[in-house]
Design a protein around this ligand. Sequence first.
Ligand code: SF4
Length: 400
Amino acid sequence: MAAVPALSYSSYHTYLECPLRWKYLYVDRLPETPRGYFSFGRVIHSTLEEFVRPLVVPSARRVGGSESQRTLDEWEPSRPGPSPGARMSLDELLAVYDRLWTGEGYLSPEDEARYRGLGRELLRRFYDRFVREHPVPVSVEEHLETRWDGIPVHGYIDRIDRTPKGGLEVVDYKTSRDLSDEDARESDQLSLYQILVERNYAEPVEGLTLYHLRSQTPLRVPPRDPEVLASLHVRLGSVFDGIQAGAFEPTPGRQCARCDFRAICPEFKSVPPLDEARLRLLVDRFETLRSDEHRLNEDLKRTAEELHRAAEELGVHRIRGTRSVALRRRDEAWQYSLDPIRPLLDETGLAERVASGKPEDVRRLVRDATVDPEIRRKVSETGARTVTWFWDLEEADRGG
Ligand code: SF4
């Protein structure tokens, strides 16, 4: 069994989309083609990290390993953190942005300029809102990890803020074009972050936020219910088990359009030229046999039906051919609809014996001489018999 690395949200999501893509990225460590929107997201995140970091007022953390600690007595008592530093001016923030900017992955200079302008605008508006609302960050870009009931998980949390009630709010920045309330309500990423923060911090998580940077809209939702977290734990568990078992089958879908590994993926990889002719013949033969199989099946069905009709008309079950004798056989099945007599069965304590609904259980009851014959008759009357006829072949000399 393979050792499973701690699962991040992105690793979990990648495996769910395509296990083979997960292997290429996390086991084989194949590089991906740089893309402008990834560079853009990274630069914005790093700029905001530098902006927020001096303002962080650290919060109380759990002591030692997080998994074994369960009670309030085990929290490290809150201590006042160091005073926050000075906030950058907008010009300083934009200077950080310029320093961190990279043109990696953009399609053209125009594409890069468009993104760069979008980033400046977005940071200006972020700055205005931040100054107006002055959130109290307790951490920024923090790496948290834990074992969640046997599953190692980790993540980098963009920001954790102190709420007015003294709890914690998890904030995840998004630079994507569109984001809805539903995204925040259903985000597995936020659920995982809630677990990571709850198991590493003393204070409770009071809110989860996807912060849509393009519109400066914080999409806030309450912390997840235990059922939602339990359902994520099950899905994480299946990913964990799949990785451990080395299950890395390709799973084609929409994600293939942006997958860099199509040239080596069995779903898209071409047959080497030297093998092409040989394999083309095999495929052609397979196609011919498939269509013969279909035609033969249809023919077989028609012939059997014709024999059945003749057998019915003549009242025979054995029909001799040149080499074989066709023997008419039957399969029968019983179905019982017990609902109409359910009250009677409940009343007489017999309901339990037919609770499985299996015909053999019902028939056993019908044959049971210790049961009142009237009840057995009523049970028997709810049954319907279905007969399916089929043909067997026997060598002619054995058939006589
Ligand atoms: S091309 Fe599609 S099926 Fe193949 S590895 Fe990539 S995502 Fe998976």
